[in-house]
Design a protein around this ligand. Structure first.
Ligand SMILES: Nc1nc2c(ncn2[C@@H]2O[C@H](COP(=O)(O)OP(=O)(O)OP(=O)(O)O)[C@@H](O)[C@H]2O)c(=O)[nH]1
Length: 625
């Protein structure tokens, strides 16, 4: 394989692969990827309607194969890849969308182009930027790739949308705007070059004429006595590349089905014998045009290879980075899926523990509950009201019944204390709830912060539900424990506390069962006076405050034991036992990623494969060089 064949063939292969992945030159540009296609040099055939575009292409190929008819026949770009074969080999054509079929009958090629056009655009005469790829393998062609575009038109014909004129122009522009596009601008010689649609567009996008090849058709149809030398010799409109004159088959020739090879010979004779163009004969005609383009395309590709390679390398790096970020695709077998789920649970558990133990914020809020919320709540309990003189009098009297107490109001004390201790239930339960909400919030945060889980919304939901239901169970246990602490205080009072209290002064000297004497009361004071009740209130208050101090220390212990410690030890235990019972399909459902992400990963992976293949191909060709 010669260098030229290798380079053009290389670009052909890359272009075909691009098209399969939806990357084509006339695309809408809403693809987030770099377009590799756009980095590849392309020859786009541009011309007004009936300028002779189809005829030029057929003449370059040496075959009749393009659809003909009135109106806009070319409604999708046709990427025509020509591959030179050895003399004597049979010609055939192949479509990218029908990879297994070789066409040797070019009438069928024409039909397939029509059918394939209609497949995307419908018969509505709409246009579409999705190209049709046609490869022709023949001894009569040079290695060349051309993109045939819809002819520029001025008016919409019946059945076509009003916007067709602008639609065609903007599609053609998406190709010719690209600096890598070589413009083959076809103009008919029997029309003033100043009015040529192709030249008008080329002038706009390539004002210096560096990438435009001017082609003048229909030289034979010029009025007698006139010639196109001013155009062909670059005086009418100057381009960096020489103009090429062409004589295609006339409509009469086409109707007669005149042989293409014969037409090529006739064209050569026309120039060889032309009194006007004889001196330019060696640089005229469709065969010369094909060779000129092939050579130019090859040299442009060669000069672009370093920048194409650098684009490819940059894209490979970006894609690999993105794929890493998205994570690997999920395995299909149940064992591997279970492993993946457990791995992610472990990752989540690690983050959750970091929140509790430090390293990540949030665990300190639990200490905040014990250090601020609980003491504040205890302080706010309405003991003043409960132990007001009036209330103490009432409770003690009620406890005494019809017979007032003789010595200390034992029943009164107990009722007062029991009543007061009941108030501790509130702060105790509130502490449990507060710890619960901190833990729940930490679960939410940890799920959000576990990078590995990001791809799996269903697993996130299940994991959160499982963790929250465990936290709920821990909360119940914790509540039972703190209530038990409060009830234990009520169930058995610390008698020692009362023994240490200074004895009441107003009582008569009494001998208790152990024959110990109590303090003697002042003779003037009433045994049931205010001072007596005040002392009772103060004694009860002192006792309640001692209990409060105890609970301030024990409630946090219960919360940590029942909730925090359990969350660290067994948050996902129930989830683990359930998950291990699940079948492959159910596991797969847990691992159903966000469809948009799956699509993006697939696209990235395919893109990456394309770029890597392209890099290998370029490397291989570079070795040949
Ligand atoms: N005599 C003569 N006729 C030509 C020449 N080039 C094209 N024609 C005729 O001009 C008509 C239009 O040619 P096409 O090749 O179909 O032109 P086109 O630009 O592809 O036209 P659309 O596809 O309709 O846009 C046909 O009847 C051709 O036979 C030429 O160099 N000489």
């Amino acid at each position: 394989m010669t260098t030229m064949e290798s380079l053009i063939g290389l670009v052909n292969r890359i272009q075909r692969a691009c098209t399969v992945l939806g990357d084509y030159g006339g695309g809408t540009g809403d693809n987030a990827f770099n377009s590799l296609w756009e980095a590849l040099p392309t020859v786009a055939v541009v011309g007004g309607q009936s300028s002779g575009k189809s005829s030029v292409l057929e003449s370059i190929v040496g075959r009749d194969f393009l659809p003909r008819g009135s109106g806009i026949v070319t409604r999708r770009p046709l990427v025509l890849q020509l591959h030179k074969m050895e003399e004597g080999t049979e010609e055939y054509a192949e479509f990218l969308h029908l990879p297994k079929r070789q066409f040797t009958d070019f009438v069928l090629v024409r039909k397939e182009i029509q059918d394939e056009t209609d497949r995307i655009t419908g018969k509505s005469k709409q246009i579409s930027p999705v190209p049709i790829h046609l490869s022709i393998f023949s001894p009569n062609v040079v290695n060349l790739t051309l993109v045939d575009l819809p002819g520029l038109t001025k008016v919409a014909v019946e059945g076509q949308p009003e916007t067709i004129v602008e639609d065609i122009e903007s599609m053609v522009r998406t190709y010719v705007d690209k600096p890598n596009c070589i413009i083959l601008a076809i103009s008919p010689a029997n029309q003033d070059i100043a009015t040529s649609d192709a030249i008008k567009l080329a002038k706009e996008v390539d004002p210096a004429g560096e990438r435009t090849f001017g082609v003048l058709t229909k030289l034979d149809l010029m009025d007698k006595g006139t010639n196109a030398l001013d155009v062909l010799e670059g005086r009418s409109y100057r381009l960096q590349h020489p103009w090429v004159g062409i004589v295609n088959r006339s409509q009469a020739d086409i109707n007669r089905n005149a042989d293409m090879m014969l037409a090529r010979r006739k064209e050569r004779d026309y120039f060889d014998t032309s009194p006007d163009y004889g001196h330019l004969a060696s640089k005229m005609g469709s065969e010369y045009l094909a060779k000129l383009l092939s050579k130019h395309l090859e040299s442009v590709i060669r000069s672009r290879i370093p920048s194409i390679l650098s684009l490819i390398n940059k894209s490979i790096e970006e894609l690999e980075r993105e794929l890493d970020k998205m994570g690997r695709p999920v395995a299909v077998d149940a064992g591997a899926q279970l492993y993946t789920i457990l791995e992610m649970c472990r990752a989540f558990d690690k983050v959750f523990k970091e929140h509790l133990d430090g390293g990540r914020p949030g665990g300190d809020r639990i200490y905040g509950v014990f250090d601020n919320q609980l003491p504040a709540a205890l302080k706010k309990l309405p003991f003043d009201r409960h132990l007001s003189l009036q209330s103490v009098k009432r409770i003690v009297s009620e406890a005494d019944g019809y017979q007032p107490h003789l010595i200390a109001p034992e029943q009164g004390y107990r009722r007062l204390i029991e009543g007061a201790l009941g108030y501790f239930r509130g702060p105790a339960e509130a502490s449990v709830d507060a710890v619960h909400f901190v833990l729940k919030e930490l679960v939410r945060k940890s799920i959000a912060e576990t990078q590995e889980l990001k791809r799996f919304p269903s697993l996130q939901v299940e994991l959160a539900a499982a963790a929250n239901s465990s936290l709920e169970k821990f909360r119940e246990e914790s509540k039972k424990s703190v209530i038990r602490l409060v009830e234990m205080e009520s169930a058995y009072l610390t008698a020692e506390f009362f023994r240490k209290l200074p004895q009441e002064m107003e009582r008569p000297v009494i001998t208790n069962s152990k024959n110990q004497t109590a303090a003697s009361p002042p003779a003037t004071q009433d045994q049931y006076g205010e001072g007596h009740f005040r002392r009772i209130a103060s004694n009860v208050s002192a006792y309640v405050s001692m209990v409060s101090d105890t609970l301030r220390n024990t409630i946090p212990k219960a919360c940590v034991y029942c909730q925090v410690r359990q969350a660290k030890l067994a948050l996902l235990n129930y989830f683990y036992s359930q998950i291990s019972k699940r079948e492959g399909k159910q596991l797969g459902e847990l691992l159903d990623e966000d469809p948009a992400l799956m699509g993006r990963r697939l696209e990235c992976a395919q893109r990456l494969e394309l770029y890597k293949k392209a890099r290998d191909e370029i490397d291989a060709v570079a070795w040949v060089r």
